[in-house]
Design a protein around this ligand. Structure first.
Ligand code: NDP
Length: 331
C-alpha cells in the first residue's frame, strides 16, 4: 500500500475549503489509490468552524483519509506536507483600497512562505488560490527561496475549465471533447481566454474551435467577457462565490501536475515566467503547460496573432503593477 501524502489546505473553514477537503479525501486530487492526511489551517476566529469540518470528515468515513490535523498554528499545519493548497486570504471588504487588501495578503503570504520553507517536505508543490492569486504566489516564492520556483503555482484552471464549458455549450458537444484552450496572464479581469489553438473531437477527426464556431464576433466578444465575468455572475445568482468549481479546478490542477497531462493536451497554470512568449521573466503568469513526472513545461512555439499579442501584454502590465504594489507594501 502507498504511504499517505500530507496535503495542506489553508483557509480550510471557508467556502472553498469546505468544498475542497472532501474531494481530496475521496481521491479526486491525487487518485483513488493514494491515501492522504489532511492538514487544515485557519485563523483563530474560525477555529470552532474548522473543528466542525474535522468532525464531518470523521463522520464521512473516507477510506483514503488516514488522518486530519485541524489547527491555527502555521508550523503544525505546514510540517511534512508535500502538497499545499493556499486558499486562506484576506477578503476585500467594502471601502477597502486595493493597496490595503494587497498589504494584508502580502503579510499573510510572507509568513506562510517562511513556515513552508522551514517545515514542509522537500519538493513540496504549492498552489495558491486566494486572490490576488498570481501576486500572492510571487510573494510566497520570494520568501521561500529554498522551494524551487518550479514548485510554486497559482490557479487559473477554473478560468480554463470555464472556457472549455462555454465552447462546449456553444457547439453543443461534450466538454470532454474540447481541449487546448489557454488562459494567459493574471487571474483577474485582464486575463486572456484564447481559443485560437483549441480543438474539438468530431467523427471526422479533430477540428479547430475557430472553424466550428465560425463566429468571430462571439469568440472575440461574448465568449471572452463571459469567462472573465463568470465569477461575478455566480455570486449574483447564488449570493455566494463559486466554491464548488474553484475546489474542483484546484483538484484538476494538482492531479494533472502530479499525474501528468494526457498526450496532446495542455492545461493552463499560473507559473513563474522564464520570458516565454516575451512575457517579462519573474512574474507568475498563466501559460499553457504540459506536465510529466511531476514537472510542468510551458508549451512553446504557438503562433500569437496581433490581437492576442496586445492582450498578452495588457495582462502582463497589470501583473507588473501588482508586483510593484506588493513590494511597496513590504517596505
Ligand atoms: P473563499 O473560500 O470563498 O475564498 C478564499 C479565497 O479564494 C479568496 O481569496 C477568494 O478570492 C479566492 N478565490 C479564487 N478563486 C475563486 C473563485 N473562483 N471563487 C471564489 N473565490 C475564489 O473565502 P472564505 O471567506 O469563505 O474563506 C476564507 C478562509 O480564509 C476563512 O476560513 C478565513 O478564516 C481564512 N482566512 C485566513 C487568513 C490567514 O490565513 N491569515 C486571513 C483571512 C482569512 P476573492 O476574495 O477575490 O473572492
Amino acid at each position: 500500500a502507498k504511504e499517505p501524502v500530507r496535503v495542506l489546505v489553508t483557509g480550510a473553514a471557508g467556502q472553498i475549503g469546505y468544498a475542497l477537503v472532501p474531494m481530496i479525501a475521496r481521491g479526486v486530487m491525487l487518485g483513488p489509490d493514494q491515501p492522504v492526511i489532511l492538514h487544515m489551517l485557519d485563523i483563530p476566529p474560525a477555529a470552532e468552524a474548522l473543528n466542525g469540518v474535522k468532525m464531518e470528515l470523521v463522520d464521512a468515513a473516507f477510506p483514503l483519509l488516514k488522518g486530519v490535523v485541524a489547527t491555527t498554528d502555521v508550523v503544525e499545519a505546514c510540517t511534512g506536507v508535500s502538497i499545499a493548497v493556499m486558499v486562506g486570504g484576506f477578503p476585500r471588504k467594502e471601502g477597502m483600497e486595493r493597496k490595503d487588501v494587497m498589504s494584508k495578503n502580502v503579510a499573510i503570504y510572507k509568513s506562510q512562505a517562511s513556515a513552508l520553507e522551514s517545515y514542509a517536505a522537500a519538493n513540496c508543490k504549492v498552489l495558491v488560490v486566494a486572490n490576488p492569486a498570481n501576486t500572492n504566489a510571487l510573494i510566497l516564492k520570494e520568501f521561500a527561496p529554498s522551494i524551487s520556483e518550479k514548485n510554486i503555482t497559482c490557479l487559473t484552471r477554473l478560468d480554463h475549465n470555464r472556457a472549455l464549458g462555454q465552447v462546449s455549450e456553444r457547439l453543443n458537444v461534450p466538454v470532454s471533447d474540447v481541449k487546448n484552450v489557454i488562459i494567459w496572464g493574471n487571474h483577474s479581469s485582464t486575463q486572456y481566454p484564447d481559443v485560437n489553438h483549441a480543438t474539438v473531437k468530431t467523427p471526422a477527426g479533430e477540428k479547430p474551435v475557430r472553424e466550428l464556431v465560425a463566429n468571430d464576433e462571439w469568440l472575440h466578444g461574448e465568449f471572452i467577457t463571459t469567462v472573465q465575468q463568470r465569477g461575478a455572475a455566480i455570486i449574483k445568482a447564488r449570493k455566494l462565490s463559486s466554491a464548488l468549481s474553484a475546489a474542483s479546478s484546484a483538484c484538476d490542477h494538482i492531479r494533472d501536475w502530479v499525474l501528468g497531462t494526457p498526450e496532446g493536451t495542455w492545461v493552463s497554470m499560473g507559473v513563474y515566467s522564464d520570458g516565454s512568449y516575451n512575457v517579462p521573466a519573474g512574474l507568475i503568469y498563466s501559460f499553457p503547460v504540459t506536465c510529466c513526472n511531476g514537472v510542468w513545461t510551458i508549451v512553446q512555439g504557438l503562433p500569437i496573432d496581433h490581437l492576442s499579442r496586445k492582450k498578452l501584454d495588457l495582462t502582463a502590465e497589470e501583473l507588473t503593477e501588482e508586483k510593484a504594489l506588493a513590494y511597496s507594501c513590504l517596505s
